[in-house]
Design a protein around this ligand. Sequence first.
Ligand code: UDP
Length: 358
Amino acid sequence: MIKLITVIGARPQFIKAAVVSRYIRDYHSSDIKEIIVHTGQHYDANMSDIFFDQMDIPKPDYFLGINGMGHGAMTGQMIEKIETVLLQEKPDWVLVYGDTNSTLAGALAAKKLHIKLAHVEAGLRSFNMEMPEEINRILTDRISDILFCPTDQAIKNLKKEGYQNINAKIIKSGDVMQDAALYYATKSQSPNIEVPPNFILCTIHRAENTDNLNKLQSIFSALSEISKQHQIILPIHPRTKTIILKNNIKFDKSSIHIIEPVGYLEMIYLLKNCNYVMTDSGGLQKEAFFFEKKCLTLRDETEWVELVQNSFNIIVGSNKDKIIEGNNELQQLTPNFKIDLYGLGMAGKNIIKELLQY
Ligand code: UDP
């Protein structure tokens, strides 16, 4: 029996871990014992608890309660507390997801204790070293024993960085987020709001947008313009909400409907029913594709380049004119959504198979 510690802490990690955790419970409960460590990076009811409830993720075995501080203090305290758990539990594997401070802390704590490390969502690159996520993912990849890559591009990125000469196994697993989207598609729940016809589903939370007031104002000014055509529903990330309120960012409140963050099942409902998506989220760009919706990405680059190459997604950054121009261009695109970019829901199975065979 393998003892596996899963380290998670932020919203997208709950969604990704739900897939693998369910696969273990359904098919390999006698082969793998999973212990869940929740760092506490996201901890409020609507950023954390709701995902554990809706997605049947087992209650974390350890809750470290670390949040709301700078990168250094947060990552440092996480490493210290995760190390204590690892020394106590002595797992065979540590499994980390994505690119947050919880990912990096879990990776460093494991590797320094010579515990095998697996990284889900390995090989992604934005090539923007100002993104904290880019730093976290590069460092985590470099010390992982198995790199579970969601896409061909992720594998290419690792090869370009010389990973064929590093003693690590590179596996194309597919993307666990597609597993989640397929599994929960029929379980979607309407959020408790009035949903306008043909609305745009929008989220904004990347530090590069929220921490630069000019960019944030420019985005909201573009949204106000675009919302004259299609009203916008915007479940707001707590960080973005704080900054908007503090700085009195202006936008058209009659056609941009800001709501509290919703659960995953409500998000699926909004994805199914929207006209298209505008976001700076990583995960939501792909979810738009899973539900056959086009996406305008409010960043200067994306890790999910296959979406852009196949005309599902246009990168527009944060400049008002560029966003409006891109929005017009998006209306003209008629891509064929019936292609396999992310593994068609087999990622959870592939990940567990590899861990068992290693
Ligand atoms: N999400 C959600 N409720 C919301 C906003 C987002 O369930 O109110 C989901 C979204 O559908 C996706 C994930 O959270 O599955 C993406 O997380 P986020 O955008 O915070 O992180 P990123 O993907 O950019 O790392």
